[in-house]
Ligand binder design. Structure first.
Ligand code: FES
Length: 204
C-alpha cells in the first residue's frame, strides 16, 4: 500500500527543497521518512521501498539510514512510545532496573504494543542528557529526567489516563512544515530553508 500516491503536491514540495540532481533526490529521504513516521507511527517495508523508488535509491539504504536514528521505527508503536537510555551514565543511575520495572509493569517487550494500544518500549543509546540520568524519552516530545520507579509509576498512571505531564525537557527545536525552526516556547531560531539562496548551478 503506497503512502505518497495521492500526495503529489507534498512530494513535489519536499523535492523542491533540494537540488534537482540524483544527490538532491536522495537528500529528500529523511523528510519523506519523517512524513510517513509522523502519520503512521512507523515505516513499513513497503513504505521503505516506496521511498527508495522516489529517491532513486534502494530499500536497503533507506533501512540503513533509519537504523542510525532511534526516532524512526520499523514496527508499529503505541500512543506512548517510551525510550529508556541504556548507556553508561543512565545505567549507573539505575536505568537497567528502571527498564526491568517498566517491561514488567507494562508486560511488553521491544517490538510489541500493549493490548490497549497505549504503550511500546525501546532501549536507546545516550540521549545527551547524562547529567539528569536516568532519562526516558516520550515519543519525539522530550525527556523525563531522573526517573525513579516512583516517578515511572506516576508517569504511567498519567499516560493510562491519557494525561501525561509535559516532559521535563521538551525537544528544544522543531521544524515546522514551512521549514521554520521553532523552540518549544514558540520562538523562531535559525533560518527557514526557504530563505536559503539556491546553490550555484543547482548542484549539490
Ligand atoms: S547516558 Fe543516558 S543520557 Fe547520556
Amino acid at each position: 500500500m503506497t503512502y505518497f500516491a495521492d500526495k503529489q503536491l507534498l512530494v513535489t514540495d519536499i523535492f523542491s527543497r533540494y537540488p534537482a540532481t540524483p544527490q538532491g533526490r536522495r537528500s529528500a529521504l529523511m523528510p519523506l521518512l519523517r512524513e510517513v513516521q509522523d502519520a503512521l507511527g512507523y515505516v513499513s517495508e513497503a513504505h521503505m521501498a516506496e521511498i527508495a523508488r522516489l529517491c532513486g535509491t534502494t530499500a536497503t539504504e533507506v533501512r540503513s539510514v533509519m537504523s542510525f536514528y532511534s526516532t524512526y521505527h520499523t514496527l508499529p508503536t503505541g500512543r506512548y512510545h517510551l525510550q529508556v537510555c541504556s548507556t553508561l551514565m543512565c545505567a549507573l543511575a539505575g536505568s537497567d532496573e528502571l527498564w526491568d520495572h517498566l517491561v514488567s509493569v507494562l508486560d511488553v517487550q521491544p517490538g510489541e504494543v500493549t493490548a490497549d494500544g497505549r504503550f511500546s518500549v525501546q532501549k536507546v543509546e545516550c540521549l545527551g542528557s547524562c547529567g539528569t540520568a536516568p532519562v526516558v524519552q516520550l515519543n519525539d516530545e522530550g525527556y523525563y529526567e531522573q526517573v525513579t520507579r516512583t516517578k515511572c509509576d506516576r508517569l504511567l498512571a498519567a499516560m493510562r489516563a491519557d494525561a501525561p505531564p509535559p516532559p521535563d525537557n521538551p525537544v528544544p527545536v522543531t521544524v515546522r512544515e514551512d521549514g521554520r525552526q521553532m523552540t518549544a516556547k514558540g520562538e523562531r531560531v535559525g533560518a527557514s530553508i526557504h530563505d536559503l539562496a539556491p546553490l550555484a548551478g543547482g548542484e549539490a
